[in-house]
Ligand binder design. Structure first.
Ligand SMILES: [Zn+2]
Length: 270
């Protein structure tokens, strides 16, 4: 495992000028889709120490997090992985086309209501991906993958067809939502580390939770199904969701069918 420290600063003329002055502007690159510049250095290294000292001395406002990268051999040896589709259907709001059971939501923050109806999306927005995350991190797969899942007896989920919002759609492809039925127990912490922000709701404890380490569990590997959701929900705002944890069998099925997945991270056992 290789750990990288990712440091972010706002892309402003002042910050740019200050970086030029410090002579380190070449090390910073724009972070795609955001107005931040990022700099990546090996975590806990001399370079990381120097960088943080420079930023503090320069009075920069910065954000940082650690990112872990695993060797192919480490991925191949892992039986359970945390990963999901690389692409997500954009949309910062809840899809209004979906019915939710609001009686299940927290009365204070109205977060995480249960989905009761089918997911309705514009199939054209799924961009011909074999697997993609919906706006609320719903796992959506192509018909090809859904058929393979049934054939291989993938456990821990049900499949439900995603309805096309455009009735006269020219897209004749079908998509299926993988309704995850298997919820894991709480991650074992420590060693699992979390970061909590002030977006957390006092009433239900949901919101503002982020994962800061690999996931560790103190249950047997055979208690995992092929598809699992973490007990904890992560992220902030309304669209908080559990992480997707899958067997290597399901991971191999997805990649063999041409799904583009996030860099997988082995789940560890204590
Ligand atoms: Zn709440």
């Amino acid at each position: 495992m290789r750990v990288e420290l990712v440091v972010l600063i706002k892309k402003t003329p002042e910050n740019h000028e200050q970086l030029e002055f410090l002579g380190g502007s070449d090390d910073w690159s724009p972070r795609e889709g955001t107005d931040f510049l990022e700099n990546r250095v090996p975590a806990h290294s001399e370079r990381a120490k120097v960088l943080l000292e420079q930023l503090q001395a320069g009075g920069f406002e910065f954000y940082m997090r650690e990112e872990r990268h695993f060797e192919l051999a480490e991925i191949r040896l892992a039986t359970i992985l945390k990963t999901g589709p690389e692409a997500q259907v954009l949309g910062s709001h809840l899809p209004h086309e979906v019915q939710f059971d609001w009686s299940e939501a927290c009365e204070t923050c109205m977060r995480t209501p249960e989905q009761v109806g089918p997911l309705v999306m514009q199939h054209a927005r799924l961009a011909d991906e074999e697997a993609i995350f919906g706006p609320r991190h719903e796992l959506i797969v192509s018909e090809k993958i859904a058929l393979r899942m049934i054939k291989d007896g993938i456990t821990g989920c049900l499949l439900r067809e995603v309805e096309d919002q455009e009735e006269s759609s020219v897209h004749d492809s079908s998509y299926f939502q993988v309704m995850v039925t298997q919820q894991l127990p709480r991650a074992f912490s420590p060693p699992t580390r979390f970061i909590s922000t002030d977006d957390r709701c006092e009433a239900c404890g949901q919101g503002g939770l982020f994962l800061d380490s690999p996931l560790y569990y103190d249950v047997a590997e055979n208690e995992f199904q092929d598809v699992n959701h973490t007990f904890e929900s992560f992220g902030q705002g309304a669209a908080i969701s559990p992480e997707l944890v899958m067997s290597s069998r399901f991971y191999n099925l997805l990649t063999a069918c041409g799904a583009h997945l996030e860099e997988p991270e082995p789940v560890l056992f204590v």
